[in-house]
Design a binder for this molecule. Structure first.
Ligand SMILES: Nc1nc2c(c(=O)[nH]1)N[C@H]1C(S)=C(S)[C@@H](COP(=O)(O)O)O[C@H]1N2
Ligand SMILES: [Mo]
Length: 235
């Protein structure tokens, strides 16, 4: 290979590295809303998170893509979708898909950790921050927990602080495509800092409550909180 080609390849390599690094934390405005592409959990391909915890929690192995884990699906049609925001809020809301998608869309690279032992790093979810929805509904000071409600009575409870973390989303696209049916189409919760059962698929509601209400799996032997770094797997 001629030295010139080697130089070109080196330039390409460093360009790629630059693009990869530049993508982290970059904010850019796109049609109709704010799009942020950021690797919220880690800052790229590092082994530690900004909070000092390892990127891969103990006892987890990596998969390339989400594995469909089942559950009883709701309608996958965006036109059928309604999201109610209820409970301890000043302004209860019901949003259809269009109204949801007009709130302020972000795209985040998020790590998900399933209690059964698999993790996916940097799954690219597009959606709306739950904190943005809360800003519209205005939780009362009495609100301490959030209950995610889904089709056929599935629920998952999350402490309000974790539900309103900047990386907690209501998501409708995954890796550049509309969410597929088995992953909760048209809209699912994504609470990446807790085990994935907290991320309700076929989402229908977000209810703010004063007293904690163990959800579907939490009443069936899963840990009430579900922190992957503490291995809060089962009760
Ligand atoms: N509505 C609903 N949401 C759900 C579930 C379910 O059964 N019903 N299962 C949970 C569990 S246990 C996991 S691990 C994840 C799996 O999401 P995935 O199928 O997209 O991988 O969804 C969570 N959300
Ligand atoms: Mo799960």
């Amino acid at each position: 290979m001629k030295p010139k080609d080697v130089t070109a390849i080196e330039a390409l390599r460093s360009r790629r590295r630059f693009v990869r690094e530049a993508a982290i934390g970059t904010t850019f405005v796109a049609l109709g809303g704010l799009y942020v592409f950021a690797d919220a959990a880690a800052g790229g391909d590092g082994e530690m998170r900004p909070d000092g915890r390892p990127r891969v929690p103990p006892g987890q192995r990596l998969l390339k893509a989400l594995k469909p884990m089942g559950g009883e699906p709701g309608s996958a049609l965006r036109q059928d979708f309604r999201l109610s925001i209820s409970g301890e809020v000043e302004q209860p809301l019901v949003l259809d898909f269009e109204q949801l998608a007009s709130v302020g869309v972000v795209e985040l690279g998020l790590d998900v950790h399933c209690v059964t032992g698999w993790s996916v790093l940097g799954a690219r979810f597009k959606g709306v921050r739950i904190s943005e929805l809360a800003a519209k509904a205005r939780p009362k000071p009495s609100a301490r927990h959030v209950v995610f409600e889904a089709a056929h009575g599935y629920t998952a409870n999350v402490p309000i602080r974790e539900a309103l973390a900047p990386e907690s989303l209501v998501a409708f696209d995954l890796d550049g495509q509309p969410l597929r049916g088995p992953h909760g189409a048209p809209v699912r919760g994504v609470v990446p800092n807790l085990y994935f059962w907290k991320s309700a698929k076929w989402l229908t509601g977000i209810r703010f409550v004063q007293r904690d209400e163990p959800g579907y799996w939490e009443r069936r032997g899963y840990n009430n909180h579900g922190d992957p770094w503490r291995e809060e797997r089962y009760a």
